[in-house]
Design a protein around this ligand. Structure first.
Ligand code: GRF
Length: 216
């Protein structure tokens, strides 16, 4: 089976990007990151990419008149790198309708809460964890999902939870959840690259499990 060509979009430190790079290096993911694109020049994730000889590209939204034109350039860069799967690993911008339809069921996002809690417009970065702490929830977690036209709304591939302690702050919760993210994002990408993710309506079936079920 040929290696899936992956493009990763980032805006920040890129620890999730690193987790994918690590899983590719160990052979756990049958994929290859051909390009990392950031909308922030100073994003450390670009440096991580360079350290692994991956093309690292900064595209400034301010150089474009509107979101569509900016996204057209992102599409062009991804196409030039033969990208088959797009991963949003801490990418903080909205995608254009054209982008989303072009890569339907081929864009994976990681969100640091149990969707549909603490997600959608305005819930990004540390704000997600502040909201969870302020609400007083006992459980939060991370969600990996396919991307559709609405923010944090597409079919869920994988989720994992963490328990909150009374002493937890937004920052300690963020760290707890990042550990989970670094586990479930690579796992979802691994399944994708092995052709094991099947989208049926809002549900994502991990085909291996379905086969096991059928063989019972
Ligand atoms: C992660 O918490 C991710 O869930 C969210 O943004 C953060 C990115 O972290 N979408 P990093 O840049 O991968 O370290």
């Amino acid at each position: 089976m040929s290696r899936t060509k992956i493009g990763v979009l980032i805006s920040g430190s890129g620890t999730n990007l690193q987790s994918i790079i690590n899983n590719i290096t160990t052979g756990n993911i049958n994929g290859e990151i051909t390009v990392v694109i950031s909308n922030k020049k100073e994003a450390y994730g670009l440096e991580r990419a360079r350290q692994h000889n991956i093309d690292a590209v900064f595209v400034n939204q301010k150089d474009f008149e509107n979101l569509e034109q900016f996204n057209d350039v992102l599409i062009e860069k991804l196409e030039n790198h033969g990208v088959e799967l797009v991963i949003l690993a801490g990418y903080l911008k909205i995608l254009s309708k054209k982008f989303i339809s072009l890569y339907k069921n081929r864009i994976i996002n990681i969100h640091p809460s149990l969707i549909p809690s603490f997600c959608g417009k305005g819930y990004y970065g540390i704000k997600v964890h502040e909201a969870a702490i302020n609400y007083g929830v006992k459980v939060s977690g991370a969600t990996v999902h396919f991307v559709d036209e609405e923010a944090d709304n597409g079919p869920i591939i994988m989720q994992e939870s963490v328990h909150l302690d009374y002493e937890d702050t937004a920052e300690t919760l963020q760290n707890k959840i990042l550990k989970i993210e670094h586990k479930i994002l690579p796992l979802a990408v691994k399944y994708y690259c092995e052709g094991k993710l099947k989208v049926v309506g809002r549900k994502v079936i991990i085909v291996e499990n379905e086969e096991l079920k059928n063989n019972k």
